[in-house]
Write a protein that binds this ligand. Structure first.
Ligand SMILES: NC(=O)c1ccc[n+]([C@@H]2O[C@H](COP(=O)([O-])OP(=O)(O)OC[C@H]3O[C@@H](n4cnc5c(N)ncnc54)[C@H](OP(=O)(O)O)[C@@H]3O)[C@@H](O)[C@H]2O)c1
Length: 270
């Protein structure tokens, strides 16, 4: 690899939503190892503190954290006001916000449409769709133009393929994909890169949240198969953000080898 062609992340500000677990926490540790300065948000501040300490240990220039609920405009605005105080605007000496990772989200329940619950539907649309919109709108004024900055959204294979019990989660991630595509068009000429990483089966707290804390049902999702890890996705995020400034990775689908398609998973028998 020609190192000189890479877009160095050292001392660049990277904002990660949903940094308290799974992909977001692994991304914090990985961007930290690349020497980035981190702004970490999620609702569980105690977990963020732990992730910030691990990221700092890995080499992060800074690892700052603040409570964030992407389902509330007021919380997003308070978070971004805090971020602005830390780094200034896009023309600040600190160089503005270099990378925005819109990762916060997840699935709630696996009910059919006929059995669906309003609270689950609303939570999924709020975090996976409106959360991405709110965060992007608020963070854009902090991002420099023509500097190889990046907005990377986390979608899902669910945004590409429908499955029973997944109507709203699939709709939400299809929404995320279209928002990413629209934003890519809208930001043409600014130098800000826009892309989406759409993972398949990955073992994080995702299934525990989907099954509302039922650890036995959550574990079954990964039984006999080798899913992706949070670190697999974190590595890809760092790779995307560190491409040369003229390279935009638009859309990336990543699945475990054991998953040929949604609902088509190879499972070993003991
Ligand atoms: N694991 C998979 O198989 C998989 C596959 C494809 C896509 N994804 C997507 O990947 C992203 C990360 O999920 P994960 O697998 O890493 O699951 P996870 O371990 O459950 O992490 C989800 C993160 O999102 C945060 N979050 C959820 N709602 C939020 C809100 N309203 N405001 C702020 N933060 C919120 C959580 O933090 P708090 O609870 O502390 O707020 C947590 O840090 C999600 O968008 C998910 O849909 C996951």
């Amino acid at each position: 690899m020609k190192i000189a062609r890479m877009n160095s992340l050292k001392n660049k500000w990277v904002l990660i939503t949903g940094a308290s677990s799974g992909f977001g926490a692994a991304a914090a540790r990985a961007f930290g190892a690349a020497g980035a300065k981190l702004l970490l948000g999620a609702r569980r501040v105690d977990r963020l503190k732990q992730v910030a300490a691990e990221s700092k240990h890995n080499g992060a220039g800074e690892a700052l954290l603040h409570e964030l609920d992407v389902s509330k405009t007021s919380s997003v605005e308070a978070f971004i006001a805090w971020a602005r105080r830390k780094i200034g605007g896009r023309k600040s000496e600190a160089g503005g916000l270099h990378v925005l990772i819109n990762n916060a989200g997840g699935a709630h329940g696996l009910d059919t449409v006929a059995e669906g619950k309003d609270a689950d539907w609303e939570a999924m649309i709020q975090s996976n769709v409106l959360g991405v919109l709110r965060m992007t709108r608020a963070a854009l004024p902090l991002m420099p133009h023509d500097a190889g900055a990046s907005i990377i959204n986390i979608g899902s294979v669910a945004g590409h393929t429908a499955y029973e019990g997944g109507a709203v989660y699939c709709a939400a991630k299809a929404g995320e994909l279209q928002i990413t595509r629209a934003l890519r068009l809208e930001l043409l000429g600014t130098g800000i890169r826009v892309g989406t990483v759409d993972p398949g089966l990955a073992e994080t707290e995702f299934s525990l949240v989907r099954f509302k804390g039922d650890a036995v049902s959550a574990k079954k999702v990964y039984e006999g198969t080798q899913p992706l890890t949070a670190e697999d996705i974190a590595e890809i995020l760092v790779w995307m953000a560190s491409r040369p400034a003229h390279v935009n990775i638009d859309e990336l689908i990543v699945k475990p080898v054991d998953q040929a398609a949604v609902g088509k998973v190879f499972r070993r028998k003991n």
